[in-house]
Design a protein around this ligand. Structure first.
Ligand code: PLP
Length: 387
């Protein structure tokens, strides 16, 4: 059976060039970078090289990059680290209702420790109004956290404007940029961010590596205590395989960005137009224009997304539902609910995210099987029959 992978926002396969480059860290360069001897000395330039490479691709300086275990750790480090460091100044944090759990649950944890969090609402496209951020700032506000690109809908937030507001108010600004890296150009200075979270496995590097961008001169509390690695900001022996791969992935993904983005955008449009032409009662969730080039989130009326996902999986197509499964029971997506989408429409949402290996045959195949699966499920729905 043909297999089609349309879940690149969940994770990406390792890029062949990244895999080839990384092999040396499994065998040849195995030393502990903290060791004084030849084996330790030999690996240190690779760490610096990866740091410079990642920094270059986001407009940062190498010293502003802290390697972490992933996007979640980077979010935690920035938010908890800033909250703890600034607790004498204030206890108020501003974020949005559509953030990734890496931000939302960190904020909820801080609330349980006495911090106060404002969750700003979004409009029907999933976008927040920068003026709402401005109005929410109080004298106790110590941090603003707004994601650049939403993982479920692909909608982009007005980060530059929010960054300017934060800067003017003298409030630190963190942005979860995990989904944007490699898909759109990022310059941390243009966007006025103080902290940025990134993850390797969304850009064709392995899982378990990420970075926290932290603006030069800032000093926040550490999340992980121990050795002196990462200039004393994140303890633990460096994940050489992961960070080496992340550096290489940033290089190759940015080399390929112009070509891949154009192709992926064309394929996404082909998929959407094809779906509209073949299936009725389909709704696009998220902003029609200000969005990632690779992400589609669609609701199919009278169909449960979990059944749709299973039906597509049986046909070899890997996608994701717009719902998060908690303890086995499918809950409507918090992102779609926050966009004031009715719960039954949220529960019929499907996320399809394309990537560098997606091709025309994949899209043709999905356009062949998706109408069949939707049609079969609708034929079993009493509500659809009565329509
Ligand atoms: N933030 C966003 C927007 C994400 O999409 C993800 C992963 O799905 C993360 C954070 C977490 O990254 P990681 O899996 O590296 O912890």
């Amino acid at each position: 059976m043909k297999q089609v992978y349309l879940d690149y926002n969940a994770t990406t396969p390792i890029h062949p060039e990244v895999a080839a480059y990384t092999r040396q860290f499994l065998y040849e360069y195995f030393g502990n970078p903290s060791s004084m001897h030849w084996a330790g000395r030999a690996v240190r330039p690779f760490i610096q090289g990866a740091r410079e490479c990642v920094a270059d691709k986001i407009g940062a300086k190498a010293d502003e990059i802290i390697f972490t275990s992933g996007g979640t750790e980077a979010d935690n480090h920035a938010i908890k680290g800033a909250a703890y460091a600034l607790c004498d100044k204030g206890n108020h944090i501003i974020t949005t209702t559509v953030e990734h759990p890496g931000v939302l649950n960190t904020c909820a944890y801080l609330e349980s420790k006495g911090y106060s969090v404002t969750y700003l609402p979004v409009d029907g496209y999933g976008v927040i109004d920068p003026q709402d951020v401005k109005k929410a700032i109080r004298k106790e506000t110590i941090l603003i956290s707004v994601m650049l690109a939403n993982n479920e809908t692909g909608t982009l937030m007005p980060i530059r404007e929010i960054g300017a507001i934060a800067k003017e108010a003298g409030v630190l600004f963190h942005s979860d940029m995990v989904q944007a890296l490699g898909k759109i150009p990022i310059d941390v200075n243009e966007l006025n961010v103080d902290f940025g979270a990134f993850s390797g496995h969304k850009v064709y590097a392995p899982k378990g590596v990420g970075i926290l961008y932290m603006r030069e001169g800032l000093d926040i509390e550490n999340l992980i205590h121990g050795g002196h690695q990462e200039a004393g900001r994140r303890a633990g022996t460096e994940n050489l395989v992961g960070l080496g791969a992340f550096g290489k992935a940033c290089e190759v993904v940015h080399q390929e960005m112009a070509e891949n983005v154009g192709r992926v955008e064309r394929l996404r449009k082909k998929l959407l137009d094809g779906i509209y032409a073949r299936i009725e009662d389909v709704r696009l969730n998220g902003h029609p224009e200000f969005r990632l080039p690779n992400t589609l989130n669609l609701s199919f009326g009278f169909v449960e997304s979990e059944s749709l996902l299973i039906g597509l999986d049986l046909a070899g197509v890997a996608v994701s539902s717009g719902s998060a499964c908690s303890s086995g029971s499918p809950e409507p997506s918090h992102v779609l609910l926050a966009m004031s989408i009715p719960p039954e429409v949220c529960q019929s949402a499907l996320r399809m995210s394309l990537g560098r290996d997606t091709n025309d045959e994949d899209i043709d195949y999905v356009l062949e099987v998706l109408p069949e699966v939707v049609g079969r499920l609708r034929s079993m729905s009493p509500f659809y029959k009565r329509k």
